[in-house]
Ligand binder design. Structure first.
Ligand SMILES: NC(=O)c1ccc[n+]([C@@H]2O[C@H](COP(=O)([O-])OP(=O)(O)OC[C@H]3O[C@@H](n4cnc5c(N)ncnc54)[C@H](O)[C@@H]3O)[C@@H](O)[C@H]2O)c1
Length: 343
C-alpha cells in the first residue's frame, strides 16, 4: 500500500513528539522536516533519515507531502496552515491554532472549502482519566456538569522565556499562562461541559516575570448557555509543576481530575477511580513529562482520518471552541490597558 507522505515544520522542543509518533506508524513516511534554523533542521533530518528544508514552500513543491505537522511559534500557525491547505495538504497543528480568533475561523473555513483535514493537538483529551469522565458525562451516569473549577500552578522560569525568541511576547505567543499552559485544562473543562459560553470574565496579571510583559497569573469565570459556571485559576510563577486539578459538580456526582487520576463520587455513594494508563504506541526519544504521552494517540487518529478510515476527532472547527474562550479571556480582562492578547 502507498504510504502517506508526512512532513514536520518547526524542529523545536515539541517536534520530537510528532517525529517519533510519525516514525512509529507503518502507513506513514516522514518525507521532510523544515526549520528556519539550518543547523537544527539538518541535525533533525539526519537523526530521522529524512530531507532538510529551511523554506516550507520549497518542501511542499519538492516532497509533495500529503500532511504536515505545525510545531511553530503561535503567531505562524494559521498562515502556514493556510499555505498548506492551498497546496492541497492536510494539517495537524500544535495548540493553539492561532493567536487571533478571526484568523482561526478563516483557516477553518478555508480547509473546509478546499476539502482538506485540519486537526489541532489537544493530547490531554486522550488521557485515560479524561476519557472516562467524558464517557460518564455522556452516558448519563454522571450527567451534565452544573459547575466546576480548575487550578494550574506551574513553573515557567525567567530562563524558559529568555531562551526563546517568541515566548513571553504578545505579538508572537499571544499571551502567557492562559494561551500556552492553561489552554489544556480549559479545553478539557469546555469539552466536558459541552455547552456554549455566554459570558467570559477574567483578571490577568504579571506578578513575578520581569523578563516579559504577558500574564503569568490569571483567574476568571466562564458562564454557559445551559447555566453551568466554571471558575479558573492559573499561574506559571510557582516553584514546581503541580498536577492540574479540575473539579466538576455534575447532576449525579462529583469529579476530581488530574492528568494522572480521576475520582468520581456518585450521589448514590459509589466511587469510581481510574489512573492514567497511557497507550504506549511509541517510546519518545525526548520531551517533557508534563506533555504527557498521548501525542502518539492523537497523531495516529489523525492519520486514520487522512486514510479515510475514521472521522477526524479534534478538528479545527472543534478547536475553535477553546480558541474563542482563550481570546475572550484576553479581551474581557479587567486590566485591559496592559493585557490585550489575542482578538
Ligand atoms: N501540546 C503540548 O503539550 C505542547 C507542549 C509544548 C509546546 N507545544 C506547542 O508547540 C509549538 C512549538 O513550541 P516549541 O516549544 O516547540 O517552540 P520552539 O521555539 O522550541 O520551536 C519552534 C521552532 O519553529 C521554528 N520556526 C520559526 N519560524 C519558522 C518558519 N517560518 N519555518 C520553519 N520553522 C520555523 C523555530 O526556529 C523553532 O525551531 C507551540 O505552539 C507550543 O505551544 C505544545
Amino acid at each position: 500500500m502507498k504510504k502517506i507522505r508526512a512532513a514536520v515544520i518547526g524542529c523545536g522542543n515539541i517536534s520530537v513528539m510528532h517525529l517519533d509518533s510519525v516514525n512509529a506508524l507503518d502507513e506513514v513516511r516522514l518525507v521532510g522536516v523544515c526549520d528556519i534554523k539550518k543547523d537544527k533542521v539538518q541535525a533533525v533530518a539526519e537523526s530521522y533519515s529524512t530531507s532538510a528544508y529551511t523554506d516550507y514552500r520549497e518542501m511542499f513543491k519538492k516532497e509533495k507531502p500529503d500532511a504536515v505537522h505545525l510545531c511553530l511559534p503561535h503567531y505562524l500557525h494559521t498562515a502556514v496552515a493556510c499555505d498548506a491547505f492551498r497546496a492541497g495538504i492536510h494539517v495537524l497543528s500544535e495548540k493553539p491554532m492561532s493567536i487571533r480568533y478571526d484568523e482561526a475561523v478563516e483557516a477553518v473555513e478555508l480547509a473546509e472549502q478546499l476539502g482538506v483535514l485540519y486537526g489541532v493537538i489537544f493530547q490531554c483529551r486522550y488521557n485515560t482519566p479524561s476519557m472516562l469522565v467524558k464517557e460518564r458525562i455522556t452516558d448519563g451516569r454522571l450527567g451534565a456538569v452544573r459547575c466546576g473549577r480548575s487550578v494550574l500552578t506551574w513553573c515557567r522560569s525567567d530562563n524558559y522565556y529568555s531562551s526563546s525568541d517568541w515566548k513571553g511576547t504578545w505579538d508572537k505567543e499571544g499571551g502567557g499562562v492562559i494561551i500556552d499552559q492553561a489552554i489544556h485544562s480549559l479545553d478539557l473543562a469546555n469539552w466536558f461541559i459541552d455547552s456554549t459560553p455566554v459570558k467570559v470574565q477574567s483578571s490577568l496579571h504579571n506578578r513575578k516575570h520581569k523578563i516579559m510583559t504577558v500574564e503569568d497569573s490569571a483567574e476568571g469565570l466562564i458562564e454557559y448557555e445551559n447555566g453551568c459556571i466554571f471558575g479558573f485559576y492559573a499561574m506559571n510563577n510557582y516553584s514546581v509543576d503541580e498536577p492540574i486539578e479540575i473539579r466538576l459538580v455534575c447532576e449525579n456526582g462529583t469529579v476530581r481530575l488530574s492528568y494522572d487520576e480521576a475520582v468520581i463520587n456518585y450521589n448514590d455513594g459509589t466511587v469510581e477511580t481510574v489512573t492514567n494508563s497511557p497507550q504506549k504506541i511509541v517510546s519518545y526519544s525526548g520531551g517533557k513529562s508534563y506533555w504527557g504521552t498521548q501525542h502518539a494517540v492523537q497523531i495516529n487518529q489523525f492519520y486514520q482520518a487522512v486514510a479515510g478510515l475514521e472521522p477526524l476527532q479534534i478538528s479545527g472547527r472543534e478547536a475553535l471552541k477553546i480558541q474563542k474562550i482563550i481570546c475572550d479571556i484576553y479581551n474581557n480582562n479587567d486590566v485591559r490597558d496592559r493585557y490585550v492578547g489575542c482578538v
